[in-house]
Design a protein around this ligand. Structure first.
Ligand code: HEM
Length: 381
């Protein structure tokens, strides 16, 4: 157990709303952020592979599929960012002492995220503009994927470092300029890989949803088929990585997680949902263009539930780790300002509804590149 002196004293300004409200809001928006992160990582990988091989083999469904992906990615990125900002604010309110300290310690890396996000966005736009003209975009896709994977690694590094106050003083002594990185931590890479593997699961499920909700066609059947096996493979891979995520935690945290009445059952819930993903994915590979709206809805729902379960458990890892370090987030001083809280909640719900409406508009929009329009203009070297 660490002494409280290892981190700065709690913020003297009390919380303006009960902790549970911040927790619910935080986990809700963070789940949405993680859905979009995984969706984007998965679609980038799938899209660029289809674009590369589709052009090399003159495979029209692959090129059409990759065109649809490329057209969606810049829009998806706006959601990813907008769903990332609120949890950043909530995390700073609840865990400011920890998150600020770890962010400053790796300040140069942390600030580089801004530039990396802008570059990722630019690569996505450049890719989608090339796809619109039915030109190859896999090069831009690869750049965007590498950038996004690096951003994810910086996030995993910071979110792990904020849980390790015992490492802070030494890190600061060794390098006070924010250009250093934390000492090796066995939990960082598994949690990063878990999110990357989630790209296959959520990306595959999103393909099923995209293909199955439109009218039956060979092009949509192609999306459903490939979405099915990719989602199933992703869920299995994630289950393997989840095992690593759990078993690399300090023994005391593993014991606390398992003993917790709230967090203890969550791995079972997650595994059950992952098993349903595998079954639904395999079903999708059989149904192909015969898949209907219920498969689309089921896939979308599963992606959100699976991610939300993981997000809540991840929150438990943080809270129990910080508790072992002497910080109880539930002990925060609260002086609720109810009129402001209610106004905020009303605006928050209106914002979510607005976003939902925008998503519905996007989903109803026509694909950018129909299979029938495809002409391969550029030969592939
Ligand atoms: C391509 C861009 C991005 C990618 C790939 C990405 C990926 C990730 C990943 C993998 C994590 C989890 C790290 C872990 O716990 O191991 C994460 C957490 C987070 N991301 Fe993003 N992210 C991106 C952009 C953003 C942006 C632009 C924001 C906000 C301005 C944001 C806000 C957050 C927050 C607040 C968390 C953690 C919150 C918490 O632990 O409470 N992300 N992100």
């Amino acid at each position: 157990m660490l002494a409280l002196a290892n981190f700065s004293p709690p913020d003297p300004i009390p919380l303006p709303a009960p902790v549970w409200i911040f927790k619910v809001l935080h986990c809700t928006v963070l789940s949405l952020h993680f859905v979009t992160v995984q969706w984007m990582l998965g679609w980038l990988l799938i899209g660029l592979v289809w674009n590369f091989f589709g052009r090399a083999r003159q495979n029209a469904p692959m090129i059409a599929g990759s065109g649809r992906i490329a057209g969606t990615l810049p829009i998806l990125m706006t959601y990813l960012i907008n769903f990332g900002i609120p949890p950043l604010l909530f995390a700073q309110v609840l865990y400011g002492n920890f998150l600020y300290t770890s962010s400053v310690l790796i300040g140069a890396w942390w600030m580089s995220v801004i530039a990396l996000v802008i570059l990722t966005y630019s690569a996505l736009y450049a890719g989608s503009m090339r796809a619109e003209k039915t030109r190859g975009w896999w090069g831009f896709g690869l750049v965007a994927l590498l950038l996004a994977v690096s951003i994810a690694k910086i996030y995993s590094t910071n979110m792990t470092l904020m849980l390790r106050p015992e490492a802070w003083v030494e890190m600061f002594r060794a390098n006070a300029h924010g250009t250093g990185l934390p000492p090796a931590d066995p939990t960082t890479t598994p949690r990063w890989l878990f999110m990357l593997a989630g790209g296959l699961t959520v990306g595959g499920l999103a393909l099923i949803t995209t293909g199955a909700r439109k009218k039956a066609s060979a092009e949509n059947g192609f999306l459903v088929f490939h979405g099915g096996w990719i989602a199933a493979a992703g869920a299995l891979l994630q289950a393997a990585v989840a095992w690593r995520v759990f078993h690399t935690q300090p023994q005391a945290i593993q014991t606390k997680l398992s003993a917790s009445a709230f967090y203890g059952p969550l791995p079972i819930v997650w595994l059950a949902l992952a098993a349903v993903v595998v079954v639904l994915g395999l079903l999708a590979t059989v149904l192909r263009e015969k898949a209907t709206g219920w498969l689309a809805t089921g896939a979308a729902l599963l992606g959100v539930l699976l991610t939300a379960t993981m997000t809540i458990y991840r929150d438990g890892i943080r809270d129990l780790t910080l508790l072992a370090n002497g910080f109880d987030v539930w002990d925060a001083k609260v002086v609720a300002n109810w009129p402001v809280v209610l106004l905020f909640l009303a605006i928050f719900v209106a914002g979510l509804l607005g976003m939902g409406w925008l998503i519905a508009v996007v989903l109803k929009s026509k694909p950018q590149v129909a299979e029938s329009q495809i002409q391969i203009e550029e030969p592939v070297q």
